[in-house]
Design a protein around this ligand. Sequence first.
Ligand SMILES: Cc1cc2nc3c(=O)[nH]c(=O)nc-3n(C[C@H](O)[C@H](O)[C@H](O)COP(=O)(O)OP(=O)(O)OC[C@H]3O[C@@H](n4cnc5c(N)ncnc54)[C@H](O)[C@@H]3O)c2cc1C
Length: 377
Amino acid sequence: MDDRMTGRVLIAGGGIAGLAMRRALRRRGLPSLTLERRGEPADAGLAINLPGNAVQALGQLGLGDALRRVGSPVHRREYRTESGRLLFAVDETAFWGEEVRPHCLRRADLLRLLTLDLEPGDIRQGCEVAAVRQGPHGVTAECLDGSAEAGRLLVGADGVHSRVRRSVFGDRAPDAAMLAPASWRFMAPNPGLDAWTLWAGSDGLFLLIPVDRGEVYGWVSVGKAAGQGRDLAASRAAFASFPRLVRDILDSVLAQPGALHHSPLEEVRIPSWTRDRVVLVGDAAHATAPVWAQGAALALEDALVLSALLAERTDWGTVGTDYDALRRPRVTHVQAMTDRLSRTAGMPGWARNLLLPVIGPRSYRATYSPLRKPVSA
Ligand SMILES: Cc1cc2nc3c(=O)[nH]c(=O)nc-3n(C[C@H](O)[C@H](O)[C@H](O)COP(=O)(O)OP(=O)(O)OC[C@H]3O[C@@H](n4cnc5c(N)ncnc54)[C@H](O)[C@@H]3O)c2cc1C
């Protein structure tokens, strides 16, 4: 094994976390090799909502200007009842500031931005990591095609069902937990919406976010009473009293084969994100229900913090433990706020509608205020 290979960082997974890691390392002058099993992630045709701390992190990765050229800023959030009554609204530009206000864009655009100006030579596509072996000075990733790659450290960025997590922690790491099987995402023509808008009924939630004047990104979920199967058409009745605009969009995506992406919500909560020379980032470490849309933000921040530590240290043996200690409080905060809002969402409709105008704006501030502080990188 030559020095070039033993000195590099291996990254398993080329999604948001893996590509951010690759970019952050490149900006620090550290060599890496990314191993990605697919040509393109399964959900690249959908969009993603980025709160201000994700926008901030993209700026720290040198992508602030490029981001402004794709998708749309999200100026305002509106939480509404199933009849369309406004419960509360948040001025997101006022909260985050012009520079880092939230943004919604296509996932494919986000992945493209993360690879902007990088040479394609340090990524291997079609390479599925099957196992990880650690030695005293380095790590080897064994791929399904029989090939093996060596590095000085391996970053597990292989998502919620991480093979790296299983390979390294074995039975000590519980697999992802299912939170809600009845959730779907889609893209649809924009009916003229200019705000992030959520309609909440007793059996269903319907969220639309403008991506641009042409399209909106949608997410829909139904409660247990409305059925938990994969077929949203069977739960159509849960939206019978929603506004016309919602029902029309729902009918149009139901009528279009392949328009709906069944998207179960799963989470990972584990006590450690590192073992010797393997470190987990993004969903592999801490997948969280997208209640506050923190998945990409946390993945980008993980990459910034870990790459800074790797650049500072000569001994990488303890970097994983320090990364875990630095990232744990922020991730724990997001998990706690996710649990809190999920409990409110689970209340009977009349109680939720009574409480939300008061506790909604407070929850927004309590969740995002600590996240406005940029991670040090
Ligand atoms: C319904 C839903 C809505 C969401 N909405 C938002 C939102 O609006 N905003 C937000 O910030 N987050 C959102 N999220 C969460 C967000 O999608 C994730 O947090 C984010 O994609 C995590 O990125 P990742 O790179 O860690 O994992 P992934 O995106 O899962 O990427 C993992 C990559 O690793 C590859 N891979 C897997 N196994 C292997 C292997 N063995 N070898 C090699 N490669 C492998 C995969 O092909 C993939 O490319 C949402 C999630 C869901 C389910």
